[in-house]
Design a protein around this ligand. Sequence first.
Ligand SMILES: C[S@@+](CC[C@H](N)C(=O)[O-])C[C@H]1O[C@@H](n2cnc3c(N)ncnc32)[C@H](O)[C@@H]1O
Length: 433
Amino acid sequence: MNISILTVFPELYEPFLKTSLIGRAVLQGTVSFDLTSFFSYSPPKQRIDARAFGHGAGMVMRPEIVGAAIEDKEKVHGKAFKIFFSPQGRKLTQPVLKEIADRVLQANNHLMIVSSRYEGMDDRIEQNYADLTISIGDFVLMGGDVPAMVLLEGLLRLIPGVVGKAESVEYESFNGPFVDFPTYTTPVIWNGWEVPPVLRSGNHAAINKWREDQAIEKTVKHHFEWVRSYALSAQQKKQAAERIPPHYCVLMHSNVMLPNGEVGTTSVTSMDIHDIARSARTYGLKNYFIVTELEDQTRVVQTLLDFWQTGYGIEYNKNRHEAVKRVSLKKTFDEVVEAIKEREGVAPIVLATSAKTGSAQSITYFDQERVWSHKKPVLFVLGTGKGLSPELMNRADYVLEPVEGFTDFNHLSVRTAAGVIFDRWLGLQHKAR
Ligand SMILES: C[S@@+](CC[C@H](N)C(=O)[O-])C[C@H]1O[C@@H](n2cnc3c(N)ncnc32)[C@H](O)[C@@H]1O
């Protein structure tokens, strides 16, 4: 593979390209570099940057110099796959690295790295020449050289012959749905910490099983966004699901706010029973509790539950039975907490939901790691009427931020909100890579 690097500072790359595996790949002839300064394409004593049009922004690289450099390198080495760098570019991930490796092989085995400095390049250059613009993260550096080296470190590992063992590259974090497992070496005990005995047992099946368990556990707990965005097989889905702490939900018809501003009770609606039960089952919640303290409401709801849980409903619609069999009626919120405690051995972390912003315990839909770090079951609390009473809100460990659109209208039905909340917190969100 031939790699042309166009930069303002070639000296930054010189030690980098001579060191370790990259240096060895050059000596072996697996890759060759053509490192060139943009100054080679500007007339003597002329600047390669100029003031940006408009006010405010600083100096920008001039298009005719960058353009001449790119075209010259393509004349020498043939058509290239050209990569530019910008914080606004496509986020660099392991799948993107793989895609680049494939595309460079198709493009004449010639990769061109075009690295900018100052406030960047004249925009026309990127529009005309870039095959891909890469960002290494949501932060702004002083230039594209460190991003270029990051890209080269990742990309060259994927080129056959650069890394000694192909399997070192194959079984790695972000190559599949789960991250890499932990590794250990001698001494067996260091500072009182022992290498897990299974790794020293010589039992390959047990070691593989331990590694797999560790990898899945770490991914679900610390990289949930990654695993949920992966196209999982049925087996991987099951393995990940087993590591998600148990979740429950409760729909409160008591201890809720009424339109007159008082705390009171609301009526149960049949649609909420069915639809939230179906959502809860879809997202793997263990139970859906309905709380009402009213006797007549309890009787009506119990009749409906009996139909689906033990009556003719089982035959009538198996899927509906499957969802509604996990619904339980309780008189108070405390009874719900008790029921969960009995089943799980510990009281749940309470996640209140609200259509209002501004709670001190507010968390976002990206905070699973924080909530799951308690190693306890999780209970979503859904309100009816005008929302949960202050007493219930005070009992919450966290309050999920409201589900909102880009409008000032926020009057979702609780069954719709429940579906959205479960999906945002626990749902698969496959992302094309
Ligand atoms: C000071 S930055 C310009 C940032 C630009 N004004 C913006 O806010 O998008 C100069 C150059 O550094 C490189 N750069 C800075 N941060 C980067 C990042 N996170 N990923 C990739 N390249 C980056 C880009 O080549 C960029 O053109």
